[in-house]
Design a protein around this ligand. Structure first.
Ligand code: HEC
Ligand code: HEC
Length: 262
């Protein structure tokens, strides 16, 4: 995936490889989620006690990828990503050696029942809008140089944990639109190689809304063909597919032994 991503960034967007560095911190340390739970209570006012944002402008964090959450918290703290609320909130997390406190909180949200299992089928979006979003997501728009989102965020919208690429499936539509607009304007500029800026600035408002409507109701389990919302089978598959050799075995002996659902 790493080489595919690098090739894609260069081929489609003309970004030098050196800029596309990744922030891989491995899997959460053992016991981290339990340590993160009490620290995360302050976050619940906006992100929900179940990791589902209490308003559509507060992103869902439930089941978001560990390495992505960690990177965002680091980015809010360093100023690489700016938001008046979150920049302040991230600074309230006590400093610790090797970002241990940030890892604990990230691990806590990453293991919550994932956001797409909360997605409601009945959104205001109409069928045509969802179909347009699906088409852009899976195939891009060649004449506007927009690559398929699925190339990086994966077909199911589950992102890629080792690459710190976020889950989009089941995310609040209003939040997704805001982020695409912020990438387009350059207000959010924390993507390696400015990939998301180059993509989002090619999208018009109709396409942004269609993508958000599609992603809001997307369920990765369906696209992976393992039955709707079977999270344990899904998790084994993702770990087996994305985690570096050895780590899959550490997390799930069944997956490493090839016993995962296929
Ligand atoms: C008062 C409301 C509020 C509180 C409390 C809050 N957040 Fe946030 N959080 C936000 C908003 C708003 C955003 C979206 C920022 C943006 O638009 O860039 C956000 C974004 C994030 C993101 C980025 C999500 C993504 O998909 O990119 C992370 C991670 C995050 N918050 C973690 C936390 C953690 C951890 C805490 C507790 C220590 C916390 N937040 C407390 C409002 C809040
Ligand atoms: C070349 C890889 C690549 C492609 C193609 C790509 N993305 Fe991304 N996207 C990323 C990365 C990496 C990030 C994380 C940025 C960061 O570190 O904050 C991201 C972040 C995002 C976010 C922010 C999510 C959040 O929780 O804040 C949204 C929304 C998004 N992408 C939507 C899209 C859409 C829609 C498309 C297709 C039109 C797309 N992306 C195509 C790599 C890609």
């Amino acid at each position: 995936m790493k080489s595919v991503l690098a090739a894609l960034i260069i081929a489609v967007l003309g970004v030098p490889l050196a800029q596309a560095k990744t922030d891989y911190h491995g899997l959460p340390p053992a016991g981290a989620a339990a340590l993160g739970a009490p620290q995360a209570t302050v976050c619940a006012a906006c992100h929900g006690s179940n990791g589902i944002g209490t308003s559509p402008v507060y992103p869902n964090l439930a089941g978001q990828n560990f390495n992505y959450i960690l990177k965002q918290l680091e980015n809010f703290r360093s100023g690489a990503r700016k938001n008046s609320i979150m920049s302040a909130m991230a600074m309230t997390i006590p400093p610790s050696k090797d970002h241990a406190n940030l890892k604990d909180i990230a691990a806590y949200f990453a293991q919550l029942k994932p956001m797409w299992t909360h997605a409601s089928a009945g959104t205001a979006a109409d069928h045509a809008q969802i179909e347009l979003g699906k088409s852009i997501y899976q195939h891009g728009v060649a004449r506007k140089n927009i690559p398929a989102c699925a190339a990086c965020h994966e077909l199911g919208g589950e992102g890629n944990d080792p690459m710190a690429i976020p889950v989009l499936a089941g995310q609040h539509a209003a939040y997704l639109v805001t982020q695409l607009q912020q990438f387009a304007s350059g207000a959010r500029h924390n993507t390696p190689g400015h990939v998301m800026h180059m993509i989002a600035r090619q999208l018009n408002a109709k396409q942004e809304a269609a993508l958000a409507a599609y992603l809001r109701q997307l369920d990765p389990a369906t696209s992976l063909g393992i039955g709707p919302k079977d999270f344990s089978a899904y998790a084994r598959m993702v770990v087996a597919r994305h985690a570096p050799a050895g780590e899959a075995a550490r997390r799930s002996p069944a997956a490493a032994a090839g016993k995962s659902a296929h």
